[in-house]
Design a protein around this ligand. Structure first.
Ligand SMILES: C[S@@+](CC[C@H](N)C(=O)[O-])C[C@H]1O[C@@H](n2cnc3c(N)ncnc32)[C@H](O)[C@@H]1O
Length: 507
């Protein structure tokens, strides 16, 4: 079977014949397939019914009670056994339970930076090709995206229970994810109140429900093949969020794939290594980007430029160490500006639009955002020549003051949409009784509020000398006394910024 994806072609020899076990080993809480090289490292069974997984590198790995996790433990064992029988090649990593992050991969030996930790032949993966060739789901999946195709595949294979050839693999998937796509409308409203992600979650939920509506005629036509129990809206959403969190996008093949072992890799913010397809090896491969000691959890990156909102929707977690976490700020030219045509030309030359989005990070925002705003508020065409998007050049003080105050007003009005401030979220997160959904939502709100408050601090620092706020060792004369009063009002009065700047910020 051939699958042509652009210029890249993936040829599949589907499902390999059963082979004798190539040496399954089940070691001290970690499960590996193959020759079992590596031993148990620092992991060890401690006492009756407890698997202690000790400190693993930089991360403390949770202790897991065998009684609590025994089903998962057995499932991992069965997966390894099954893969071995299928001739799945030996890997130098072990499927292991890692507490909060769920199952992950532990190094089965010491790794040096750049070494290959995973090489999984393509015939052990599930992709769009399997969906197209599937006797049941190929029809409803036709013309839909890869993710929906894989969702239908998962729903069907799940509905087959132990009769599915994939049962040992599917059994190791977590029961659910914390993606807000699975929350009720009320939970979305309540837990994401104030966050810009709420609208996105609502839109995506509606799109998902629309997709299901579209599929219903297929399901209703043959309720024996598609029983309500396994093909309900809830089952569809659950399968979709599972695929969203597990299917790996393989850039070199330009497709999504379910890949045993590789889809157990957890994300770490400072990691750059990612899973990809190797044409040469006809396999899915993963090279580590640092050294690991045997037993340490091996990490991947789920994407370097992704916000926490994106992580929450896709994977159901918020990464507190995400240096690329950001909030988008959309700005535009002022409607009715007499210099609009000229300004538009200047924007176009630098490949900017109106409206245009810019990211606000915890510790920075782009110089281009300030330049854009300076241009948008400028009324003296003689200063146009000073506009350089990559450089932080103040055009004149009044313009600078206006721009900084507009940004300040926008941050303030966005903060006011949430309930409580940063401290309230920190306090809330100390409450051990929070549900997992409440916890991830509070983590997200906290990360967003922090971005807004730190942006406001940065703006105040820029504003201080312009406003004539005394610096250490001497007073500054206020050069903007005449407009100060007006902007003070803008910063203080909650409703004023919105009214005043509505034309600037396109919602
Ligand atoms: C591709 S799967 C990885 C395997 C998964 N841990 C499991 O138990 O099957 C992605 C899921 O792992 C979890 N995960 C991965 N990285 C994480 C992290 N840094 N923090 C919290 N959860 C993480 C999330 O639940 C996410 O939806």
């Amino acid at each position: 079977m051939e699958c042509v994806v652009g210029s890249r072609c993936w040829t599949f020899t589907k499902w390999v014949p059963l082979k004798a076990s190539s040496g399954l080993s089940l070691e001290n809480g970690g499960v590996s397939v193959g020759n079992g090289r590596g031993g148990g490292g620092r992991m060890g069974v401690c006492g009756r019914g407890r698997v202690e997984v000790g400190r693993s590198g930089r991360r403390a790995v949770a202790r897991c009670s065998l009684s609590g996790n025994s089903m998962q433990f057995v499932a991992l064992h069965q997966l390894s056994e099954w893969l071995s029988k299928q001739g799945f090649p030996s890997q130098d990593v072990k499927l292991t339970s890692f507490g909060e992050e769920g199952i992950g991969l532990a190094a089965g030996r010491n790794f040096k930076d750049g070494e290959t930790a995973l090489k999984i032949p393509e015939n052990y993966t599930v992709t769009g090709v399997d969906v197209v060739n599937h006797p049941v789901v190929s029809a409803p999946a036709a013309g839909r995206g890869d993710l929906i195709g894989l969702t239908l595949w998962l729903m069907y294979e799940r509905s087959q229970g132990e009769n599915s050839v994939w049962h040992p693999y599917l059994k190791t998937f977590p029961a659910t994810t914390l993606s807000p796509l699975l929350w009720s409308a009320e939970e979305q409203q309540e837990l994401l109140k104030g966050s810009p992600v709420l609208e996105e979650v609502q839109q995506r939920t509606a799109a998902l429900e629309g997709e299901y509506e579209d599929l219903l005629p297929f399901f209703n036509k043959d309720t024996q093949t598609f029983p309500e129990e396994h093909f309900s809206l809830a089952a569809f959403k659950s399968a979709f969020s599972m695929i969203l969190s597990r299917a790996l996008y393989l850039p070199a093949a330009d497709l999504f794939a379910l890949v045993p072992f590789a889809d157990a890799l957890n994300h770490r913010a400072d990691c750059q290594a990612y899973v990809d397809y190797s044409m040469e090896d006809q396999a899915v491969v993963f090279q580590v980007d640092r050294s690991y000691k045997e037993g340490e959890q091996v990490f991947t990156s789920y994407g370097r430029e992704r916000s926490n909102a994106d992580f929450l929707i896709t994977y159901g977690f918020v990464d507190e160490n995400n240096a690329m976490d950001n909030l988008e700020l959309e700005v535009g030219l002022v409607a009715g500006d007499r210099l609009e045509v000229l300004k538009r030309q200047i924007l176009q030359q630098s490949m900017f639009d109106s409206p245009q989005s810019f990211p606000l990070y915890l510790d920075r925002f782009p110089t281009q955002l300030l330049t854009y705003m300076r241009l948008s508020r400028l009324q003296d065409p003689a200063l146009f020549s000073k506009i350089v998007f990559e450089k932080d050049i103040m055009l004149d003080q009044a313009n600078e003051y206006e721009v900084l105050m507009i940004l300040m007003g926008e941050c303030r009005s966005r903060l006011e949409k949430y309930e409580g401030g940063v401290d309230d979220e920190i306090r809330l997160l100390k409450n051990k009784k929070l549900t997992p959904r409440e916890r991830v939502a509070a983590q997200l709100r906290l990360s967003e509020k922090k971005i807004l408050t730190s942006t406001m601090t940065a703006l105040r620092t820029r504003l201080a000398p312009i406003r004539g706020i005394p610096a250490k060792g001497g007073g500054l004369k206020d050069p903007n006394a005449d407009i100060n009063e007006m902007f003070d009002m803008v910063e203080q009065v909650a409703s004023a910024p919105k009214k005043f700047f509505d034309s600037m910020f396109k919602k």
